[in-house]
Design a protein. Structure first.
Length: 80
């Protein structure tokens, strides 16, 4: 499910292997360019995973909010 939130889109993905109590939904924020967004967050002190590609043309990077909830940033269509 994707929500338009102004300057970004917010997607909620179920993901995982449907293991009750282990796979929680997470927020995914769609960004234009993942590399500079990731660097901005790193520079702000946010711990970020490496960028990975779960499917062709999709780049994702994961992190946690201050309460420990996992969320991701994602870009689509960057083949550089």
């Amino acid at each position: 499910m994707v929500f338009k939130t102004g300057q970004c889109s917010l997607a909620l993905h179920g993901g995982g292997e449907k293991r009750i109590g282990e796979d929680a939904p997470k927020f995914v924020f769609k960004v234009e360019e993942i590399e500079p967004t990731r660097q901005y967050l790193l520079d702000a002190g946010v711990e970020m995973s490496e960028i990975h590609s779960p499917a062709p043309g999709i780049k994702v990077c994961d992190t946690r909010d201050p309460e420990g909830n996992v969320f991701s940033i994602e870009s689509v269509g960057q083949e550089r």
